[in-house]
Ligand binder design. Structure first.
Ligand SMILES: C[S@@+](CC[C@H](N)C(=O)[O-])C[C@H]1O[C@@H](n2cnc3c(N)ncnc32)[C@H](O)[C@@H]1O
Length: 237
């Protein structure tokens, strides 16, 4: 992550310890701690049996985790970033695990597995396949894997945009198409007088691509949870 702006006050006054931390993928802890959950938890909840136990992969600071708990689910929340997971310390109904999703094998099965935040759009196809393999290893028979991808139309059009989400302003720009159906972009987050710029590279996934990736992981696309088809519902085959 490239610091995109100066700290407003010129010092650390008023900021919580660790506020400058970022996950290894460049996601700023402070931003994901403050971003509201939006509609995702409701979409996932509606696709699962009541009180189904959920494995959330790449949970970050627990933006979705907390909302899923409020909707009646126990959540096992996995992230590679200790700084992100620290935000979930002591939250009832949540078990945190610091681990890489790639290769993870907890030896447990869950009624719901969640892979949010476009992790499935990883630029490296083998890594994307490994992420879905982890989803498959942990989904119970009859369970659901909810996977969030970038809207392929949005990603292909590459129109710069700025939105305010809760306390956070998100500016997406600098789209650069790269080889093999990949796109690069820069996301700038501004919150509390600080800014972070995160360079993101993603592989655009069409519906057919999602179907192929799912099949390779012995999953099948059972439907989509939202009108923009950004949340796929996958079931074990
Ligand atoms: C953009 S943040 C989003 C967090 C959360 N899903 C949300 O919606 O607020 C992505 C998170 O995924 C985690 N992550 C990315 N790749 C990972 C991997 N291979 N294993 C574990 N965590 C990973 C990062 O550490 C980061 O906390």
């Amino acid at each position: 992550v490239v610091p995109a702006g100066a700290v407003a006050s010129g010092d650390r006054a008023g900021r919580e310890p660790g506020a400058g931390a970022t996950a290894p993928d460049g996601s700023p802890v402070e931003v994901f701690r403050r971003l509201p959950p939006g509609p995702a938890p409701g979409l996932v909840h509606a696709a699962l049996p009541d009180a189904a136990e959920i494995l959330e992969l790449g949970c970050g600071a627990g933006r979705l985790t907390r909302a899923l708990v409020e909707l009646g689910h126990r959540v096992v929340a996995v992230d590679v970033s200790a700084a992100m997971l620290a935000c979930l310390a002591g939250v009832a109904g949540v078990e945190t695990i610091e681990a890489d999703i790639v290769g993870l094998d907890l030896g447990r099965a869950f009624g719901g597995v969640v892979l949010a935040s476009y992790l499935v759009n990883h630029p490296d196809a083998a890594t994307a396949a490994a992420l879905l393999a982890t989803c498959r290893r942990h989904v119970a028979a009859g369970g659901t894997v909810a996977v969030q991808r970038y809207d392929p139309v949005w990603a292909s059009e590459g129109v710069a945009d700025e939105v305010r989400v809760g306390e956070v302003t998100l500016a997406v720009g600098g789209f650069t198409p790269t080889a093999g159906g990949r796109v690069g972009t820069v996301v700038t987050y501004t919150v509390g007088g600080r800014s972070w710029a995160q360079r993101v590279e993603a592989r655009i996934l069409t519906d057919a691509d999602v179907g192929r990736l799912a099949a390779e992981a012995r999953l099948a696309v059972a439907g989509w949870l939202d009108a923009y088809r950004t949340w796929a519902r996958l079931v074990p085959r």
